[in-house]
Design a protein around this ligand. Sequence first.
Ligand code: B12
Ligand code: SF4
Ligand code: SF4
Length: 232
Amino acid sequence: MKPAAATLDQDLAAAGFLLLGSFSPGPEDRIPDLAHGHRAATLLLIGSTGPTLWPKLIESPEFADEAPDPLDRYTRRTLLGTALKYGFDVLFPFEGPPYHPFQQWALACGSFSRSPMGVLAHRDFGPWSGFRAVFLSREPLWENTLEDRPGPCEACEDKPCIAACPADALSSETGYDVPKCRAHLEKGRALDCWTGCLARQACPVGQNHLQAPDNAQFHMESFVGLYANLNK
Ligand code: B12
Ligand code: SF4
Ligand code: SF4
C-alpha cells in the first residue's frame, strides 16, 4: 500500500514519531540490498524529538518490564508494525556494530547541519531530533515532501553551544571531544549535565523540542553505557 504522506504522519505520531525527511538513495548511500535482491527506491527517515516520544515510551510495556533497552524494544515493535502495514523494509540505528550511517542519511535528506556537539542540528528542531528508523520503499514514493532548507549551524555566528560546555569538550575546529565529556560526567550524578547536555540546551534553535530532565537523564545513562561498551 502506497501511503499518502498525511496518513503515514498520523500513524507515526500515534506512537511518538515523525517523518524527518526522505531521498532517493544511490550506491554511495550504502543501503543494504533488500530481500530477493530488490533495491530501495526511496528512503524515509523516521525520528522523534523530546516531547513527541517520551510520554508514549513511559506508558509502554517495554518501559514497565524493567528489561534492558526499553527505547530500542519499543521502537522496534511499533515501527515494525507501521512498516509492515505499508510494505516497507526497515533498518534501525541501534543495529550494530557495525552501525548503519544514520547521520549520513539524515544529511542527504536536507535540513540538517553538523553541530560542534556531534549531533546534527535540524533547521526547526535544533539538536533535539533522534533518529529511530529508516523505512525503505521498493517503489519510488514522493520526493522530499518537507521543504529542504540548510541546517542552522553555518549561519550561527556565536555558536553558544560551545561556550556552554563546562568541560571545554567542544570546539569549532575539532568538534566534540567524547573522552573529555565522559570524564566530566564521571565527577558525579549531581552535575547539571546529567539531566541534559548544557551545550544542547544552549542552542537557540528548537527550544520547543527540548527533552524533559527525566528524558535527558535516560539518554545520558545510555550514552555512558554505550561508550563504556564500545571502549571495553
Ligand atoms: C556509536 C555512537 C555514539 C558513540 C560515538 C563513538 C564514536 N566516536 O563513533 C557515543 C557513545 C560517544 C555517542 C554519544 C552520543 N550520541 Co551517539 N550514536 C552512536 C551510533 C549508535 C553509531 C554511530 C556510528 O558509528 N555510525 C556508523 C557511521 C558509519 O555512520 P555515519 O552516519 O557516517 O557516522 C557519523 C557519526 O558516527 C558521526 N560521529 C562520529 N563521532 C561521533 C560522536 C558523537 C557523540 C555523535 C553524536 C556522532 C559522531 O560521524 C560519522 C561520520 O559522518 C549512532 C546511531 C547510528 N546508527 O548512526 C548514534 C547517534 C549518532 N548518537 C546520537 C546521540 C543523540 C548521541 C548523544 C547526544 C546521546 C545523548 N546523551 O543524548 C551522545 C553525545 C553525548 C552528549 N554530550 O550528550 C544520535 C544523533 C542524532 C542527531 N540528531 O544527529 C544518533 C544518530 C542515535 C539516534 N538514534 O538518534 N554516540
Ligand atoms: S548553537 Fe548554533 S552551532 Fe550550536 S548547534 Fe545550535 S545552531 Fe548549531
Ligand atoms: S554533556 Fe556536559 S560535558 Fe558533555 S558535551 Fe554536553 S555540556 Fe559538555
